[in-house]
Design a protein around this ligand. Structure first.
Ligand SMILES: *[C@@H]1O[C@H](CO)[C@@H](O)[C@H](O)[C@H]1NC(C)=O
Ligand SMILES: *[C@@H]1O[C@H](CO)[C@@H](O)[C@H](O)[C@H]1NC(C)=O
Ligand SMILES: *[C@@H]1O[C@H](CO)[C@@H](O)[C@H](O)[C@H]1NC(C)=O
Ligand SMILES: *[C@@H]1O[C@H](CO)[C@@H](O)[C@H](O)[C@H]1NC(C)=O
Length: 295
């Protein structure tokens, strides 16, 4: 009897724990969505330093910069050409967030159909999407596309221009989730152990997908890596789980793409780290404040 009591108590605790966890996660995500979309986002003057001006007409003109410097708040404008781009790093709660964006937040409802993975987040007037992510546009720039694929190789811009049928100026609001690197690594290991490989990721860099020479796989692609031991997982030098967050947020053109996996070097790691930090500061939202970048 006693034993049974303990069992059911433990079961009850487990259920409560899970519910609490889900609730806490939803609260967390909801507050982030609130801040991203509804909170008046201020522009920081760092826009002046950023080096992403590719075309003359993409640069803020002088008056615009002065206005913004003087503290005019810039917020996501749902009727303008603003696009939220979600950079989904594996095992950072990205899927939950992406589902939330298309299905549960109310400020910018997407049109979803039952049994369809993707929703239409087109603007009412133009039907052009305001959200670039897995459940709206899908993985159009490749599975778990990274900063190098999305931004350095201009995939987002190319895809959206193609959908619109012409070139267009947009404000891109890059967002991502980060997680404690060790927790994330373990979580990725467990996911791979369960059978995930992300083998169809393209890893575009310097304009082309990484070849098998640039980026050897840690396992036989016909078999996969299911059931891998932690020992084997951490002993493969080409395991992209290492340093994944830094790599996926840095400009890999600066370090010869995936060369760092063949010849690990402290110098290159440092360049990647600096690049990732700079991108987070300049291209992504930081805290609740953002910079808007016109490209
Ligand atoms: C949002 O964009 C629309 C269309 O470009 C514009 O008319 C409107 O003034 C903008 N709203 C804000 C708050 O900037
Ligand atoms: C489209 O219209 C609906 C209903 O009027 C509105 O709630 C929604 O915010 C609009 N979506 C966009 C992207 O403007
Ligand atoms: C709007 O775009 C979506 C895909 O982004 C498409 O499925 C849908 O048919 C379009 N709707 C209209 C009215 O053009
Ligand atoms: C990435 O690095 C390359 C090589 O230095 C540079 O030409 C390019 O402008 C950089 N792109 C971005 C978006 O940082």
């Amino acid at each position: 009897m006693k034993k049974m009591g303990m069992c059911s108590l433990r079961g009850w605790k487990g259920v409560l724990g899970r519910k609490l966890f889900v609730f806490a996660t939803i609260l967390f995500v909801a507050s982030i969505v609130y801040f991203y979309i509804d909170f008046p986002l201020k522009i920081s003057n760092r826009i002046l330093e950023n080096g992403y001006h590719q075309h003359e007409d993409d640069v803020y003109n002088y008056e615009e910069i002065i206005q913004k410097e003087e503290g005019q708040a810039i917020s996501f404008n749902k009727s303008s050409n603003d696009v939220i781009v979600f950079v989904h790093i594996q095992k950072t709660a990205g899927t939950t967030f992406e589902k939330f964006l298309v299905r549960y937040q109310q400020s910018l409802p997407c049109k979803c159909q039952a049994h369809k993975k993707r929703c239409n987040c087109g603007r009412n007037a133009s039907n052009e999407t305001w959200l670039f992510s897995r459940y709206s546009t899908g993985w159009v720039c490749g599975l778990h596309a990274d900063f190098t694929e999305l931004v350095v190789n201009s995939c987002v811009q190319r895809v959206l221009d193609k959908q619109a049928g012409h070139k267009k100026r947009r404000n891109y609001f890059y967002t991502t989730f980060l997680r404690n690197p060790t927790d994330r690594f373990i979580s990725e290991f467990r996911h791979v152990q369960r059978g995930a490989t992300w083998i169809s990721s393209k890893h575009v860099c310097d304009g082309k997908p990484a070849s098998i020479n640039d980026l050897p796989t840690c396992f036989d692609p016909r078999i996969g890596w299911e059931g891998v031991s932690l020992e084997e997982f951490i002993s493969c030098p080409y395991n992209l789980a290492f340093n994944r967050q830094t790599r996926m947020l840095s400009n890999l053109s600066l370090v010869g793409c995936y060369e760092h996996l063949r010849k690990p070097s402290y110098e290159q790691d440092k360049i990647m780290m600096e690049s990732a930090k700079q991108n987070l500061r300049q291209v992504f939202y930081s805290d609740y404040y953002t910079q808007v970048k016109k490209r």
